[in-house]
Design a protein around this ligand. Sequence first.
Ligand SMILES: NC(=O)C1=CN([C@@H]2O[C@H](COP(=O)(O)OP(=O)(O)OC[C@H]3O[C@@H](n4cnc5c(N)ncnc54)[C@H](OP(=O)(O)O)[C@@H]3O)[C@@H](O)[C@H]2O)C=CC1
Ligand SMILES: CC[C@](O)(C(C)=O)C(=O)O
Ligand SMILES: [Mg+2]
Ligand SMILES: [Mg+2]
Length: 336
Amino acid sequence: MATIFYDQDADLSLIQGRKVAILGYGSQGHAHALNLRDSGVDVRVGLRPGSSSRARAEEQGLRVLDTNDAAAEADVIVVLAPDTHQKGMWEGGLAEHLTGGKALVFGHGFNVHYGLISPPEDVDVFLVAPKSPGHIARRTYEQGQGVPGLVAVHQDASGDALELAKSYAAGLGLTRAGTLQTTFAEETETDLFGEQAVLCGGVSHLVQAGFETLVEAGYQPEAAYFECLHELKLIVDMMYEGGISWMRHSVSTTAEYGDYVSGPRVIGDESRAAMKQVLAEIQDGTFARQFVAEIEGGGETFATMRKAGRDHEIERVGRELRGMMPFIDTPTEELE
Ligand SMILES: NC(=O)C1=CN([C@@H]2O[C@H](COP(=O)(O)OP(=O)(O)OC[C@H]3O[C@@H](n4cnc5c(N)ncnc54)[C@H](OP(=O)(O)O)[C@@H]3O)[C@@H](O)[C@H]2O)C=CC1
Ligand SMILES: CC[C@](O)(C(C)=O)C(=O)O
Ligand SMILES: [Mg+2]
Ligand SMILES: [Mg+2]
C-alpha cells in the first residue's frame, strides 16, 4: 500500500523556519520559489551571473543572488537547473556550500541516481517532485488547488529529512493533492519512462501521426488539428475527472466500440515491446549516458529534432486556429 501524505500529515512550520535557496528560475524554479514564498517561507533565488531569468524573478518580488552566494546563506539548497547542468553547478562551487546540517533538495532524482552528484554524508538529501509542469504547479497553487507530487529521502543525516521534505511539499501545495513517498530510483525511472513513452514522446508522436495520416489522405489540416490535438485535451479532461471509464461513458457507443477494437491495433505488440525497451534503457543508464553525451557534445542533434518539431505543419495550423479562440490562455513567453 502506497504511503501518501496530505496537508494534515505535514508540518509547514518546519520549512518556514529555514532559509531556502532556489537555484534556477525556469519551469520548476519559478513555481517552487513563488509557491514557497506565498506559503510564508524565506526564499531567495540563485542564478548565474548575467542570467536571463534574473529580471523576471526580481519583477515577481524575489531577492536574487549569484548561485553560490544564495547557497552560502541558505540552509536548504534546491537545485532546479536543467538536469544536464547540475553537475557543472555542483563542481563550479556549489558543493563547497553544502556544509554539515544543511539540506540538498532536487526536483528529480537524475543526478543522484545516475551518480553524477555525490553529496557529502553530513547533509540531508531529498527530492520533492511535482507530477506536473512547473507552470501548472504555480497556477493550481494560486487557484487554491494543487498537483500531486513525490517525496524521497536519499540521505537522512539529521534524522528529520522526511519531515522536512513533507513540509517543503506542503509549502509547494503538493500535499493538497497527495504526495507519495518513494525512492530516488523509483522517481527517476518512472518519471523518465512516463515522459518518454506516454506523456511527452508517446502523446506528441501519436498526435502528429494521426494528423499526418488524415492530411496525407486528403482531409483538411484544420479538421485534422481539431480531431487529433484540440479535442485530446477535452477527452483527457474526462479521464482526469472520472477515469477512462467515465470518458468512455461520455463519448458515443460508436467511439467506445472503436476504442476497444482499434486502440489495441495502434498500441499493439510492437508498441508494448518498444515501451519495455525504453524502460530497460532508462534502468540500465543507457538513456542518461546518451543524453549527457549529447548535451556535452554541443546538442546539435537535440537542436535539429527541436527545430523539426517546431516546423511541423500541425504547429502552424494550431497557431492560426488558437488565434480565433481568445479564451485559450496562450503562453506569452517566447520559445528560445
Ligand atoms: N519542467 C518541469 O515541469 C519539471 C522539471 N523537473 C525537474 O526540475 C529540474 C529543473 O527543470 P526545469 O524547471 O525544466 O528547468 P529549466 O530548463 O526550466 O531551468 C531553467 C533555469 O535554470 C537556469 N540555468 C540553466 N543553466 C544553468 C547553469 N548552468 N547554472 C545555473 N543556472 C542555470 C536558467 O537560468 P539562465 O537564465 O541563466 O539560463 C533558468 O533559470 C530538473 O531536475 C527537472 O528534471 C521535475 C518535474 C517537472
Ligand atoms: C512530463 C515531463 C516532466 O517529467 C514533468 C513535467 O513532470 C518533466 O521532466 O518536465
Ligand atoms: Mg515528471
Ligand atoms: Mg521529468
